[in-house]
Design a binder for this molecule. Structure first.
Ligand code: C2E
Ligand code: MG
Ligand code: MG
Length: 259
């Protein structure tokens, strides 16, 4: 079967599963390093199959391969817009929610219009939506990524770079693309306590970002020791199991937003 036919099938199947509410969004809170208060969340998709939760690693690669992932990402964006609209109505504290943007959007010249179209449907401020591009996506085509980042920033979206440090020429990207937030990949924080070199690298990234006026998010923080280190070096935001795993929207609202 060629990729186009596979894409069509995947898209059809995907649209049906979206209609059947098979995809649900979990939110993982992000915390201010110093105050330890919630300052944002990341939307992470899960699939419900036979009442079991299927993780993104089991279905995203397949959708990525065919390009059908773009439909799923737009669904997530739409759900996040609805959620922000609801929170506004309920007078909950308004915090930005980030969504993951697949590499396929970059190649799509119409993507900005698609984003605008969704945004126009809802009463939501674009500065409450953060678009996460992964470092590897950006490296594939820096010029296009630069253009895309500028265009979405013009619309008011927050732009962040996800999984920083996993690609080959990370620093080169920072020279070319004006992002708002840098998410330092969780790999950096593994065995942090006895890896002095990793500590120096992280501290240097945080310092550099401060000079570039880029906020830093540390991903995958699981221990108090890691948190203390990040407090000491001035990393802005923490995301990780130490504070919370991704949870359902209901749980998130009850735990962090309802008074
Ligand atoms: P990501 O965007 O880097 O998201 C962070 C992942 O790290 C999440 O995995 C999260 O549950 C996990 N994580 C957070 N804190 C910790 C921690 O302290 N320890 C450990 N071990 N893991 C932690 P998840 O939800 O399984 O998502 C995996 C990846 O799937 C995401 O990585 C993202 O690349 C992709 N993904 C998820 N949802 C979407 C989506 O709607 N669209 C697209 N295109 N990709 C998505
Ligand atoms: Mg992400
Ligand atoms: Mg990440």
């Amino acid at each position: 079967m060629d990729v186009k036919t596979k894409f069509r099938m995947n898209s059809k199947e995907l649209i049906n599963s979206i209609k059947n509410n098979e995809f649900i969004i979990f939110l993982q809170p992000k915390f201010d390093t110093i105050t330890e208060k919630v300052v944002g969340a990341e939307a992470l998709v899960r699939r419900l199959k036979a009442e079991k939760i299927v993780m993104p690693s089991e279905f995203i690669p397949q959708y990525e391969k065919t390009g059908a992932i773009t439909k799923l990402d737009m669904y997530v964006l739409e759900e996040v817009c609805k959620l922000q609209e609801k929170w506004k109505k309920l007078k909950f504290p308004l915090i930005p929610i980030s969504i993951n943007e697949s590499r396929h959007h970059l190649k799509n010249k119409n993507h900005i219009n698609e984003l605008q179209k969704v945004i126009n449907k809802y009463n939501v401020d674009t500065n409450l939506i953060e678009l996460e591009m992964t470092e590897t996506t950006v490296i594939e085509d820096i010029l296009t990524a630069k253009g895309a980042a500028e265009a979405v920033k013009k619309l008011g979206f927050i732009v962040s770079m996800d999984d920083f440090g996993t690609g080959y020429s990370s620093f080169n990207i920072l020279k070319d693309i004006e992002i708002d937030i840098l998410k330092i990949d969780k790999e950096f924080f593994k065995n942090l306590d006895d890896n002095k070199r990793a500590q120096i690298i992280i501290e240097t990234i945080v310092k550099m970002c401060k000079k570039l006026k880029i906020k830093t998010v540390a991903e995958g923080i699981e221990t108090k020791k890691q948190l203390d280190f990040l407090k000491k070096i001035g990393c802005d935001i923490i995301q990780g199991y130490y504070f919370s795993k991704p949870i359902t929207i209901d749980e998130f609202e009850k735990k962090y937003l309802e008074k």
